[in-house]
Design a protein around this ligand. Structure first.
Ligand code: NAD
Ligand code: TYD
Length: 357
């Protein structure tokens, strides 16, 4: 048995693949375009594992996706591939439209063609799981109820609008063609192997590099934080038990203001790697200009996945953030290669014969 993962060299996809191979014997075909966010160094521990088949490819390439599906006949597709950083979508949205919307559409067409040509038994068990975000629901006021699956989509950034659009296409392929889809809408993830442009890894990196810790606006924006391996377990749960055509919100029950997150990070770093001059990392906090259209609050009501599928997160924010800071401190080579850009040469340095197809 095989699953097909797209975007598996990114933050969540890489964690998902490594976790999957720890827990099952099932093969994973990993199709990743290796944009700036795709880092094969993250997959070093499984790169020689015969159950991990890496393909350097683009989900926009219909011919390639058709041939991969025919060759590997996966029982499921898990679509992580996306442009994922809100700030980049504000400066240039083109790649977000291409990958998140047109790419998801292209993948859906290939999946449909493949599914239609499958046997009755294979058709029954096949799943297309689309990994999406809570940002599609827009922004909440401080006293609003958390997002539930019935909330209206009101995306505010080009990133969230492109994800919302892809979610609609996934739904339409179920309603129109009966393709067995599942959609997950998750809150902010944190954990190992996250590209240091996102808040948590950026703050850890800047802190120990002696740089400013930039807080957008007043720092009182609220996000709900989920440890990445809890997101992975939620996706596995939805894949095995989710009802066809349904959406599942996934959250960590950890709503925090950005400034509080940064303060926690500084305090953990003060304890684990105190500065030689005796000052706190908090002294490096700098309030900077706010992000355009900055969503004020995200919060997730994950009652549906908890009650219907029996999923719950394992980590609290306290335990998960401690693990995360420790990981970044112990994996400074990964951070250094990522920030310097040398991770892009990892495949050439380590696989002179070319391991990608
Ligand atoms: P990421 O940016 O770290 O990784 C994205 C991966 O997709 C990269 O490896 C990149 O090379 C690959 N990719 C991009 N365009 C591609 C294309 N056209 N074809 C093939 N591969 C392509 O993102 P992430 O944080 O791992 O997020 C994964 C998914 O989860 C995304 O769909 C994102 O919207 C969703 N999500 C992320 C979060 C979060 O907090 N990071 C929260 C909820 C949902
Ligand atoms: P980010 O990690 O980019 O995730 P998202 O925008 O998808 O929620 O940002 C998390 C929050 O942190 C968001 O409110 C923006 C804020 N932020 C900062 O204050 N400073 C920073 O340098 C970054 C990257 C983000």
């Amino acid at each position: 048995m095989t699953i097909l993962v797209t975007g598996g060299a990114g933050f969540i996809g890489a964690n998902y693949i490594m976790d999957w191979l720890r827990l099952t014997d099932e093969c994973v075909v990993n199709v990743d375009k290796l944009t700036y966010a795709g880092n094969l160094e993250s997959l070093e521990s499984v790169f020689d594992d015969p159950r991990h088949i890496f393909v350097n490819g683009d989900i926009l390439d219909a011919e390639l996706m058709d041939s991969i599906l025919q060759e590997h006949t996966p029982r499921a597709i898990i679509n992580f591939a996306a442009e994922s950083h809100v700030d980049r979508s504000i400066h240039a949205a083109g790649d977000f439209i291409q990958t998140n919307i047109v790419g998801t559409y292209t993948l859906l067409e290939s999946a449909l063609k493949f599914w239609n040509s499958s046997s009755v038994k294979e058709k029954e068990s096949f799943r297309f799981l689309h990994v999406s975000t809570d940002e599609v629901y827009g922004s909440l006021g401080r006293n609003d109820a958390p997002f539930s699956e019935t909330n209206q989509y009101k995306p505010n950034s080009p990133y969230s609008a492109s994800k919302a659009s892809s979610d609609h296409l996934v739904r339409a392929f179920y309603q129109t063609h009966g393709l067995p889809v599942l959609t997950t809408n998750c809150s902010n993830n944190y954990g190992p192997y996250q590209f240091p442009e996102k808040l948590i890894p950026l703050i850890i990196h800047n802190a120990i590099s002696g740089e400013q810790l930039p807080i957008y606006g007043d720092g009182k924006q609220i996000r709900d934080w989920l440890y990445v391996l809890d997101h992975c377990s939620a996706i596995r749960t939805v894949l095995s038990k989710g009802a066809l055509g349904e959406m599942y919100n996934i959250g960590g029950k950890n709503e925090m203001e950005n400034i509080s997150v940064v303060n926690v990070l500084c305090d953990i770093l003060d304890a684990l790697q105190p500065k030689t001059d005796g000052t706190s990392y908090r002294d490096q906090i700098t309030f900077v200009e706010d992000r355009l259209g900055h969503d004020r609050r995200y919060a997730i009501d994950s009652t549906k996945i908890e009650k219907e599928l029996g999923w719950n997160p394992s980590e609290t924010f306290e335990s998960g953030i401690q693990l995360t800071v420790q990981w970044y401190l112990e994996n400074q080579t990964w951070v250094e290669h990522t920030t310097s850009g040398s991770y892009r040469n990892w495949i050439k340095k380590n696989y002179s014969t070319g391991a990608t197809t």
